[in-house]
Design a binder for this molecule. Structure first.
Ligand SMILES: Cc1[nH+]cc(COP(=O)(O)O)c(CN[C@@H](CCC(=O)O)C(=O)O)c1O
Length: 306
């Protein structure tokens, strides 16, 4: 099924998807030297709104800095371009994918002097990342045989294309095992994160967020910690082991694409009662209210697309 992304912002111009092409000699295609972001726009009573635009754009520029890319656009230009992609396609809710990459100037591994990066921003309608079933009944996870890369192997705080070979391998392994998603441990065997999500667990009413360590500093993780605390939950940021997850009353994972997804099984062991957790679904509902502009307390997190 061909992705339908309609009009794409490509190096400063809106072009039809069919014209947004790159050369097969593109450095990033060969070596994974790209950076990207994932945002969502949601429909609200006041029209489409992008969730935490500033934070995503800030991380996009941090990822570029880690890779020594020179982005030929300012953060404000990227913010405006992201809004333009939603507007030009007439989306009321969509997933937005900014991408910057090393182009076709050189195919030596060293991307320099290739570092004026190319930039595109596409958007498409993406529903429930792991499927409605996984939200209703809780996702089934297996611990991947692929560990999350150590901090001195790959820059896990940056959303670098090449990092996602690790995620893709884990995700394929999970799917081949009949699971919905993979849990990755770090090289010491402690819980890291999902292939595309951060991990939380709940025990005796206390919420635990897996600490940053080698993981991506998720914006959804940050939002959920704030929302949960405002709901009155105690939230601790901890290093955790996989058997702590086995013993938890609830486990859930969060991300822009995954939103808040309950986990009902991990490595064939039921988490709690083996259903979507009660606190998890309460926090999910609160999160979905926030992103749909139904909670004025978090108005600052929404950028309305006029
Ligand atoms: C490894 C990883 N960890 C945590 C997160 C959560 O980060 P945040 O979106 O800021 O809360 C994501 C986002 N994964 C993105 C890519 C998904 C994809 O399949 O591509 C996303 O959720 O947009 C990750 O890729």
């Amino acid at each position: 099924s061909k992705m339908k992304a309609g009009l794409i912002w490509f190096n400063g111009q809106m072009v039809p998807q069919e014209e947004a092409k790159v050369s097969v000699l593109t450095h990033a295609l060969h070596y994974g030297t790209s950076i990207f972001e994932g945002l969502r726009a949601y429909n609200t009573p006041q029209g489409p709104a992008i969730f935490r635009l500033q934070e995503h754009t800030e991380r996009f520029f941090h990822s570029a800095k880690v890779m020594m890319f020179e982005l030929p656009f300012s953060p404000e230009q990227i913010n405006q371009a992201i809004q333009e992609v939603v507007r030009a396609n007439g989306y009321t809710s969509c997933y937005i994918r900014p991408l910057a990459w090393m182009g076709a100037h050189t195919l030596g591994v060293n991307p320099l002097p290739n570092n004026p990066a190319e930039v595109m921003i596409a958007a498409w309608e993406w529903g429930t990342y792991l499927g409605e079933e996984a939200v209703r009944k809780g996702a089934r996870l297996i611990t991947s045989s692929w560990a999350r890369f150590p901090a001195n192997v790959m820059p896990g705080k940056a959303k670098v294309g090449g990092n996602y070979v690790n995620s893709a391998l884990a995700r394929v392994e999970a799917q081949q095992a009949g699971a919905d998603e993979a849990l990755l441990l770090d090289k010491e065997g402690f819980v890291a994160e999902g292939s595309g999500e951060n991990i939380f667990f709940i025990r005796h009413g206390v919420l635990y967020a897996v600490e940053h360590s080698v993981n991506l500093m998720g914006i959804t993780r940050d939002s959920v910690i704030t929302i949960a605390r405002d709901l009155g939950y105690e939230v601790r940021e901890v290093r955790a082991t996989r058997d702590q997850l086995y013993m938890a009353d609830e486990v859930f994972m969060v991300g822009t694409a995954a939103e808040v997804t309950p986990v009902s099984y991990l490595d064939h062991r039921a988490i709690g009662t083996g259903k979507a957790g009660e606190h998890t679904m309460k926090i999910r509902a609160a999160y979905m209210d926030v992103v749909h502009g139904k909670n004025p307390k978090y108005a600052a997190w929404l950028t309305y697309v006029k």
